[in-house]
Design a protein around this ligand. Structure first.
Ligand SMILES: C[S@@+](CC[C@H](N)C(=O)[O-])C[C@H]1O[C@@H](n2cnc3c(N)ncnc32)[C@H](O)[C@@H]1O
Length: 246
């Protein structure tokens, strides 16, 4: 998300640390003696964090290149089982205390999201939850094609889909560290649109924008809200989901 904006390498670490604090809080009351299923786990930053707290982690990734990095990251953790495979055909074994979907659903069309969530509900332990951390869009759901086909769904659309799959939203909140960085990205995009490439000076403007976000946090996020400005267009939300009481 943050490539090509001139942000320092530490931007990714900052965001992950800040998001980890939110995830810890959201999972505070979850018994650590249980298994986490991390679907679309990428290189395994979250799988590693879960392995430090929970008994075991099954981490599934579909990209061969990312899977190699995942295997390396997981090597020191005997309680992580990395799996190379498509989440749509992956058959979970047994029951999970937490299923983590971090930025996965935007790659799937609604039919697949629904099929996946319905299957996952049947693999939750009693009291188990699905923690979803997903890109969202203000206004109407947007489908983007081209080199990077994704669906940015509105929060309302996610709520509708979750309900359709027999899931109740126990808690939801905007992912403020993500949105902060997204503000930086969208401002730089505007800059790139206005200034011809030879004069963009991303090596200077990128770090300046990044540090302005960091030092202006949390007031920058509040400022846009207070002024009623719908910016940035893309957001990100955490949803804590549990099966509807039958
Ligand atoms: C935005 S990245 C998020 C990675 C990680 N969950 C995180 O939060 O840092 C989404 C990941 O989902 C993986 N992915 C997308 N569709 C998938 C599928 N059908 N099966 C397995 N992995 C998939 C991608 O390869 C990518 O690594």
């Amino acid at each position: 998300m943050m490539d090509g904006f001139g942000f320092p390498a530490s931007a990714g670490h900052y965001r992950f640390r800040a998001e980890s604090g939110i995830v810890k809080r959201l999972l505070r009351d979850v018994d650590p003696k249980g298994e986490v299923l991390d679907l679309g786990c990428g290189v395994g930053y979250w799988a590693e964090a879960f392995a430090q707290r929970f008994s075991s982690v099954v981490a599934v990734e579909g990209s061969g290149a990312l899977y190699q990095a995942l295997e390396e990251r997981c090597a020191p953790y005997p309680n992580i089982r990395p799996v190379l495979g498509n989440v749509l055909s992956f058959e979970p074994e047994g029951y999970h205390r937490v299923v983590f979907l971090g930025g996965l659903l935007m790659y799937l069309d609604e039919e697949h999201v629904t099929a996946l969530l319905r299957r996952l509900v049947t693999h939750l332990e009693p009291g188990g939850i699905i923690l979803c951390r997903e890109s969202t869009v203000r206004g109407k759901t947007e489908r983007r094609g081209g080199d990077y086909p994704v669906v940015y769904r509105s929060v309302q659309d996610y709520r509708r889909i979750f309900k359709q799959c027999g899931l109740t939203v126990r808690q939801s909140e905007r992912n403020e560290p993500y949105v902060l960085m997204q503000i930086g990205c969208e401002l730089i995009k505007k800059w790139k649109g206005l200034v011809p490439e030879p004069f963009q000076m991303l090596g200077i403007v990128g770090p300046l924008a990044y540090w302005a976000m960091r030092l202006g946090n949390p007031w920058i996020n509040h400022l846009f809200k207070a002024l009623g400005i719908s910016f940035p267009k893309l957001e990100n939300h955490f949803f804590v989901l549990e099966p509807e009481a039958s």
